[in-house]
Design a protein around this ligand. Structure first.
Ligand SMILES: Cc1cc2nc3c(=O)[nH]c(=O)nc-3n(C[C@H](O)[C@H](O)[C@H](O)COP(=O)(O)O)c2cc1C
Ligand SMILES: Nc1ncnc2c1ncn2[C@@H]1O[C@H](COP(=O)(O)OP(=O)(O)O)[C@@H](O)[C@H]1O
Length: 355
């Protein structure tokens, strides 16, 4: 199964099968024109900032708790479960999550720790999965001292009066990570809520996790990252000026200033670019242009079959596959020849997936 699952065609079929009704809304890329109206029937997801004074409408919630960086296929499965369960009992599906990411507060020495999704992206993705509310808890050193018991009694029970909580197979919470499946089950029995643990979701033989996806991206394996995320890894960036050589080469490039720090390693990639609601195929180079001895690393996008001015615009890049390493060429002509081949390869990779 693994090879077929990771082959590019089937990889997106996985998304089709597991998230049929999400096409077009899971992420803008799946509709040609992006549809940024999220939520059901015009109802938008509510953000509960902090954990005090939760309004009556969310009492009796079916909830889940986690960091959910990336909102990958494993997270999506938990979200689908809570939505299904909440609809069945006419209660609300609530996701409890933290900002900033606890690791960045608890282990700042382990920097660089780069996230797959910004908090805005995370909220948008969660909303597209029809969740009713996100409780966004500001994570601080002080909050990290909350005991698992206080968390369960004060937030899950007093504030949300949960009907049921779903957690992932390896989730722990509260001071010293004492909050576990057993811990929740014990309190659930006492207080009157149920606990459900979702087994590890796999793609082929790979157990999906945010760490695994981050590692794939760092290795340049954006294809596996996409298979585990359920969509290609994305980065937004504003177009800045370069050295004005691209047009001369026959391949003008939009130099991007990426919003996120997590980028694949230097090299050439087949990408999609979204600009003002429309999607384009492209080739993207991350590197130092050794042919021209640049010092600074640049991220440059050449959009196929396109010739408008992009300066100052914001583009969103979706990394679909890696093509090759960046290399030094003897002349601009040989570089241009290679880029021509890169473009052909990108078309062959992208056409079947995103015609
Ligand atoms: C698809 C693609 C592949 C590239 N590959 C290389 C490469 O292997 N080696 C290199 O020196 N530059 C490479 N470049 C970068 C070009 O040198 C660069 O686009 C050109 O110098 C224009 O730079 P400018 O936009 O700053 O003017 C590549 C660019 C693109 C779009
Ligand atoms: N197909 C295209 N892909 C990317 N940028 C393009 C394309 N066509 C035109 N452009 C425009 O050309 C500019 C890049 O030209 P280029 O000669 O490479 O100069 P720069 O050094 O500023 O990147 C881009 O910023 C964009 O405004």
């Amino acid at each position: 199964m693994i090879l077929s699952a990771l082959s590019s065609k089937i990889e997106f079929k996985i998304l089709d099968d597991s998230a049929k009704n999400l096409r077009g809304t899971l992420y803008p890329i799946y509709s040609h024109k992006s549809d940024r109206r999220y939520g059901r029937n015009g109802n938008t997801m509510k953000i509960i900032n902090g954990f005090d004074n939760v309004s009556e409408e969310f009492k009796g919630a079916v909830a889940t708790i986690g960091n959910f960086d990336g909102v990958h296929l494993g997270h999506q499965q938990i979200f689908r479960k809570i939505v299904q369960e909440a609809r069945q009992y006419q209660s609300k599906a609530v996701v409890i999550t933290f900002d900033p990411h606890p690791k960045s507060i608890l282990h700042p020495e382990k920097r660089p720790f780069y996230l797959l999704t910004t908090v805005e992206e995370k909220l948008k993705l969660i909303e597209s999965l029809e969740i009713d509310a996100v409780m966004l808890i500001p994570f601080s050193l002080e909050f990290s001292k909350t005991t698992a018991k206080d968390f369960v009694c004060g937030i899950l029970w007093e504030q949300l009066r949960i009907r049921k909580i779903f957690i992932g197979h390896d989730y722990t919470f509260g001071r010293g990570k004492e909050g576990s499946e057993e811990f929740l089950a014990r309190f659930g029995k006492k207080l009157g809520f149920q606990v459900d643990v979702t087994n590890a979701v796999k793609v082929g033989e790979i157990i999906i996790s945010s760490t695994r996806i981050r590692n794939s991206i760092c290795e340049g394996d954006v294809k596996t990252a996409g298979a585990l995320l359920g969509r290609p890894y994305n980065v937004k960036g504003r177009v800045t000026g370069g050295y004005q050589r691209g047009t001369e080469l026959g391949f003008p490039t939009a130099n991007l200033d990426p919003e996120k720090e997590l980028l694949p390693p230097e090299g050439v990639y087949a990408v999609l670019a979204e600009r003002m609601g429309s999607r384009y195929q492209g080739v993207l180079n991350i590197g130092r242009n050794p042919t021209f001895d640049n010092e600074k690393q640049t991220v440059e996008l050449h959009i196929l079959d396109f010739s408008e001015d992009l300066y100052g615009e914001e583009l969103e890049i979706f990394f679909v596959d890696r093509i090759r390493e960046e290399i030094r060429f003897d002349s601009p002509e040989s570089l241009a020849n290679q880029i021509r081949q890169d473009v052909a390869q990108a078309r062959a990779l992208l056409n079947p997936l995103f015609p």
